[in-house]
Design a protein around this ligand. Structure first.
Ligand SMILES: *Cc1c(COP(=O)(O)O)cnc(C)c1O
Length: 348
């Protein structure tokens, strides 16, 4: 029956998520998950009723956290669904294009491909910043430009003046989507204050990373209300399960936010530990990272990656030459990973 699938889908290579890639490990630092497993109370009452499409208590809680108005917030099954909704709502298949700047998050390419929307690819500069000149020459037919800051997998922030220049450049022609999946690790760097000046700005957020709720599947799209209203036309009628709202509201309560802040500090300290330790090793380059992960260049990444994998330390091989992305785990995981890498490099 597989041959009955759409041609595009038959030819599609799905996203190589950490879960799909498998592995047998004791230390999982390959999906930028949080090491913290927090507790929540859920009541299983009223599950006979459909959930609200956009539960007001959840929308209000996130709007308060993000310092925006409730009508500027849409919630969905992870930020990934936000990417998909934007493409579905704004891009005409086989006609319009998106534009993205690798090395970056893989879902922009995969979601556009799934909906037969063309993708223009303008690589980041050698410093992993936006190549504004090349972008400006490739905007024909582009409806959405996806950028990511802090960028996954490189870890760096995009220069704010470049994001503003991009917003100006596309003011009447395209949305600029700033993927801020990791912004909770450096909240002061958010572009959210630009919403009032730029009607074409869209920001993606998630509870999967700093809020330690990857398994909850809860993300947010922040934009001016006319964009949110368009997305509400294409979203599923009941996208947010009742227990998801219950847990997310607790995570976004005053106590939940305080806990996240504390955990962000803890993870940032572990990131600094890992960065300092790895930088001391011969031939190793650690790139500055603003999220809960580090991109690291090794003399022989393939061999090292496999040795780690075989010993139950599961990291993520990046498509960037000789680079491995390491999620920042708890201190014990960071110590074991650093010690293993040190011993491996001494043997090589
Ligand atoms: C993890 C991640 C997402 C997806 O987040 P979900 O809310 O779990 O779907 C989006 N963008 C980037 C850059 C990510 O790393």
């Amino acid at each position: 029956m597989a041959r009955l699938a759409r041609k595009t889908v038959r030819e599609l290579t799905p996203y190589q998520s950490a879960r799909r890639l498998g592995g047998n490990g004791d230390i999982w630092l390959n999906a930028n998950e949080s090491p913290f497993d927090n507790e929540y109370n859920i009541s299983l009452a009223r599950l006979n009723r459909y959930s609200e499409c956009q539960p007001p208590e959840l929308i209000n809680a996130y709007a308060d956290y993000a310092n925006v108005k409730p009508e500027q917030v849409l919630t969905s099954r992870g930020a990934d669904e936000g990417i998909e909704l934007l493409i579905r709502a704004f891009c005409e298949p086989n006609q319009d294009s998106i534009l993205y700047c690798p090395p970056t998050y893989g879902m922009y390419a995969i979601s556009s491909e799934t909906y037969d929307v063309n993708a223009k690819v303008v690589p980041l500069t050698s410093k992993w910043q936006l190549d504004l000149e090349a972008i400006s020459q490739n905007l024909d037919g582009v409806k959405i430009v996806f950028v990511c800051s802090p960028n996954n997998p490189t870890g760096n922030l995009l220069a704010r003046k470049d994001i503003e220049a991009l917003l100006d450049m596309t003011a009447n022609s395209a949305l600029v989507v700033v993927d801020e999946a990791y912004i909770d690790f450096c909240l002061e760097e958010s572009a959210s204050d630009l919403l009032s000046s730029y009607p074409n700005l869209v920001i993606l957020r998630t509870l999967s990373k700093a809020f330690a709720l990857a398994g909850l599947r809860c993300g947010f799209t922040i934009a001016n209300s006319d964009i949110i209203d368009v997305l509400l036309k294409v979203i599923a009628p009941y996208p947010v399960p009742v227990p998801v709202t219950e847990i997310a509201v607790q995570a976004l309560s005053e106590a939940g936010r305080a806990r996240t802040k504390f955990q962000v500090l803890d993870i940032s300290a572990n990131r600094a530990y890992l960065q300092a330790g790895l930088s001391m090793l011969d031939g190793v380059t650690v790139f500055d990272g603003y999220g809960n992960y580090l991109l690291v260049k090794f003399p022989n990444a393939d061999q090292l990656f496999k040795a780690l994998w075989d010993n139950g330390i599961i990291l993520r091989r990046s498509p960037i030459e000789n680079c491995i992305r390491i999620s920042v785990g708890n201190r014990d995981e960071c110590e074991k990973t650093l010690a293993f890498i040190r011993s491996q490099l001494e043997q090589q």
